[in-house]
Design a protein around this ligand. Structure first.
Ligand SMILES: [Zn+2]
Length: 244
C-alpha cells in the first residue's frame, strides 16, 4: 500500500484536477446545456462498479438528469453489449425528432484518511475494506502470474474483467492500484466508444461522454477525476471545458 501524509495529499498527488461528484455533475450539466442537452430530452446511462459506494455518484447524475439506465458491472466494465446500448437508446425521449444520450462511465478507487490507496471504511464493519475489490483481486492475481482467461461460469463478470484487462497488463508485476485503475478507465473508454460507434446513429441522435475515475474519500465523500468529456451533436464532436 502506498502511504501519504493525508487523504488530501494523496488525492492531489494521484488525482490532480479531481472535484466533488456533485460539482462534476453540475459543471457537466451546465456545459451540456450549451449543446442542447437537458433533463427532459436526454436519457442518462451510468456505468459504475456494483459497489454501493458508487450510489452517490449515480444519485447525483439522476438528480440532474432523471432516472438513469444502469450500465454497471464489477469494476465498472461495460458488459451490457450492443443489446444493452440499444435498449437504453430505445428508452430515450424523442424531442424535435432527435434522441439524446448521456453516458457516464468510470472505475473507482478508495483513499483512506491517512492517504492509503485502495481502502475504505464501511459502516458497520471493523477494519479497512478494499476498493475497488475486483481490481485489487485482479492485481493480486496478476502479481502471481498470468491472469486465467478461462471461462468461469460462476463468475461471468470476473471472467470478462480478466479478459478485458489482460492484454494491457504484464503478468508477474505488482502494478500500483492507481495505475491498474487507470488501465480500467482506458478499457472502459475504449469499450464505450466502440459500443457507441456500433449503436448510435448520429443522423438522428446526439450523445455526450463523461468518463474519469471515481475516488471515495473518508466520511462518505466522493470525488471524480474527469477523463473524456465531450458532446457529439449532429455528428460533430465538441470538447467540454475542464472545470475551473
Ligand atoms: Zn468496485
Amino acid at each position: 500500500m502506498l502511504r501519504a501524509m493525508s487523504f488530501d495529499d494523496a488525492l492531489r498527488a494521484h488525482y490532480p484536477g479531481a472535484l466533488s461528484a456533485e460539482r462534476f455533475v453540475v459543471h457537466s450539466q451546465r456545459e451540456l446545456a450549451k449543446h442542447g442537452f437537458d433533463e427532459a430530452n436526454t436519457i442518462a446511462c451510468v456505468g459504475t462498479c456494483r459497489d454501493e459506494l458508487c450510489v452517490p455518484l449515480r444519485r447525483a447524475v439522476m438528480n440532474a438528469w432523471g432516472e438513469a439506465f444502469n450500465f454497471s458491472s464489477l469494476a465498472g466494465m461495460l458488459l451490457l453489449g450492443t443489446a444493452g446500448f440499444k435498449a437504453a437508446h430505445a428508452h430515450a425521449p424523442v424531442v424535435g425528432g432527435r434522441e439524446r444520450y448521456l453516458y457516464v462511465a468510470m472505475p473507482h478507487i478508495g483513499i483512506a484518511e491517512d492517504g492509503s490507496i485502495g481502502t475504505a471504511r464501511r459502516v458497520g464493519r471493523e477494519g479497512d475494506s478494499t476498493l475497488c475489490g475486483a481490481l485489487v483481486m485482479l492485481g493480486a492475481e496478476l502479481a502471481a502470474g498470468p491472469l486465467s482467461l478461462e471461462e468461469d461460469a460462476d463468475n461471468p463478470e470476473l471472467t470478462q474483467l480478466r479478459r478485458k484487462l489482460a492484454p494491457h497488463l504484464q503478468a508477474g508485476t505488482e502494478l500500483p492500484l492507481v495505475e491498474l485503475t487507470d488501465v480500467a478507465q482506458r478499457v472502459i473508454e475504449q469499450d464505450l466508444e466502440r459500443l457507441i460507434e456500433l449503436t448510435v446513429d448520429t443522423a438522428s441522435a446526439d450523445y455526450a461522454v463523461l468518463t474519469g475515475v471515481q475516488v471515495h474519500a473518508p466520511g462518505g465523500r466522493t470525488f471524480v477525476r474527469p477523463g473524456l468529456s465531450y458532446a457529439c451533436v449532429r455528428g460533430a464532436r465538441h470538447e467540454l471545458p475542464t472545470p475551473g
